[in-house]
Write a new protein. Sequence first.
Length: 102
Amino acid sequence: MANLQRIIRDCFWDYDISENDILDILKSNNIREKAFLFEKILLNSTRLFHDLKIFNKSDLNLLLDEYKLPNFNRDFAFRRKNLAEVYFFNKPLLIDDLKWII
């Protein structure tokens, strides 16, 4: 399981959120709260793949599919989202800089 204290430190430095708050969000059916948690981790985590494992597979797939790239930091968010899609769901790598040249 991810280190929730590190996630809070990395991703929620601007919010007052506890480990129990994160666990409650993960257990809930509230997709908006899960999307908020997902986006904070996607854009701020220092251990992206490790931390995204706090979501169950179906929630993570839905969150990745429905994530709308922000105008600010669009390229950064796109890269991290695509890396997560490749890592967790074997989707195509869309980042040209990281593709193997044959």
